[in-house]
Design a protein around this ligand. Structure first.
Ligand code: NAD
Length: 378
């Protein structure tokens, strides 16, 4: 079975989908690996490193797309490449399906079996393949490093002959994978950290990292069976804003990470709240690529709103591209390994497996994901 690994063509993307150690692992399983020439250069892996790991280098992208049984890549495929793929080809990547309905339709029409790595269920078995978690974890880390760089104060308390400097105050909104790592990183740098999430279950996790949980009574909130937040009512959103305004006003740094699965991110920090903050404070909007949590944030820009620096830089994991590639590659390798029939030496697209049922969007010329269909029809 021929597995082709495509070089990323999205502008500015430095992450690499598969690194040589994972190539070696898949070759040992009996897979025939072909990687596009210069696949790993942005992370300093050259073609020779891939050849040593057992892959063949191909410099014709078109030829690779036309002959692959399985295609691995980082981001969604461009529409124009779908017609080149063989019918029945298994395509594994991020797909962003809820924002890419035309792409999903085209993949179905072309008879591609497209796996969306974002849709891997949040189960214990699937943790090792969970790209959302591995990349969000790094994004959380990077958000704090960016904030520390933008802020003209230091994070830790310092007692010096020149006086005592108070620790910076960091407020983190949304405590999923990214938020937890942001708390841990800000704490390691010595900041005083507060956090809030609409899912009350995270209070214990926040406390265990040495941060304070900001309590706001929003009535019934809850979470989905996969652990994702439910959308708030407009009244609850207003209560949340009022409850958070004080924590924002006292913070030197606000980091927002709030996301809603399959929907645009909730808008939770408005201009009035920003106006209450000290000039020179910093807001990092980690949700800027899915619509933004912060009024006025702009993708890939640092803008000033009411004297506060609002940072809307996208692709935060891409700023630590080597680590992000190691993790993504490992997730991808574990996914292929999980479905690999070790005797027949083939990938078994096992529809009885709940991970495949969750992640497979199109198959046999149809859209097969129940989750995709239910959210799209809402
Ligand atoms: P996410 O990226 O979808 O959202 C980030 C956070 O934003 C969530 O904690 C969410 O509750 C919060 N949020 C949404 N609306 C908000 C609002 N209005 N105000 C404040 N916060 C808001 O979440 P995620 O990081 O993917 O994690 C979701 C859950 O899944 C977490 O509990 C995580 O621990 C769990 N998880 C489980 C597994 C597993 O068991 N395999 C793997 C990964 C994550």
């Amino acid at each position: 079975m021929k597995i082709a690994v495509m070089k990323e063509i999205h502008e500015g993307e430095k992450r690499v989908p598969l690194i040589p150690p994972t190539v070696e692992k898949l070759v040992k399983l009996g897979a025939e690996l072909e990687v596009e020439a210069d696949l790993g250069l942005s992370c300093r892996y050259d073609n020779g490193d891939y050849e040593k790991a057992g892959a063949r280098i191909n410099s014709s992208r078109e030829d690779m797309l036309k002959t692959a049984d399985i295609i691995l890549r980082l981001r969604k495929p461009p529409l124009a490449e779908i017609d080149l793929m063989k019918k029945g080809c298994i395509h594994i990547s991020y797909l962003d399906p809820f924002n890419e309905t035309e792409l999903v339709d085209k993949l179905a029409d072309a008879g591609i079996s497209a796996v969306s790595l974002e849709m891997i269920p949040r189960t214990t078995v699937a943790q090792k393949m969970d790209v959302l978690s591995s990349q969000a974890n790094l994004g959380g880390y990077v958000s704090v490093i960016l904030a520390a760089e933008q802020l003209d104060k230091i994070f830790p308390m310092m007692t010096t002959p020149a006086g005592t400097i108070k620790p910076a105050r960091v407020f983190i909104i949304g405590v999923g994978v990214a938020g937890l790592q942001a708390i841990a990183t800000a704490r390691r740098l010595g900041a005083r950290v507060e956090a809030f999430d609409t899912r009350p279950v995270v209070e214990e996790q926040v406390k265990s990292l040495g941060a304070k949980f900001v309590k706001i009574d929003l009535g019934e909130t809850g979470q989905t069976k996969d652990g994702y937040a439910k959308q708030l009512t407009p009244e609850q959103m207003q209560m949340q804003k009022e409850g958070m305004a004080k924590a924002c006003a006292l913070a030197d740094v606000v980091i927002t990470t709030a996301q809603l699965f399959g929907r645009p991110a909730p808008r939770i920090v408005d201009r009035a709240m920003i106006a209450q903050m000290q000039p020179g404070s910093v807001i990092i909007d980690m949700a800027v690529e899915t619509g933004g949590n912060v009024e006025g944030s702009e993708l890939d820009k640092v803008v000033e709103v009411e004297g506060v620096k609002v940072v809307g830089l996208g692709n935060l994991p891409g700023r630590v591209a080597l680590t992000a590639s190691q993790m993504y590659s490992s997730n991808l390798g574990n996914f292929v390994d999980h479905f690999w029939d070790k005797e027949a030496k083939t990938f078994n697209l096992n529809l009885d497996d709940e991970i495949m049922r969750g992640a497979l969007i199109t198959h046999n010329n149809e859209i097969v994901s129940e989750m995709y269909k239910s959210i799209k029809n809402k």
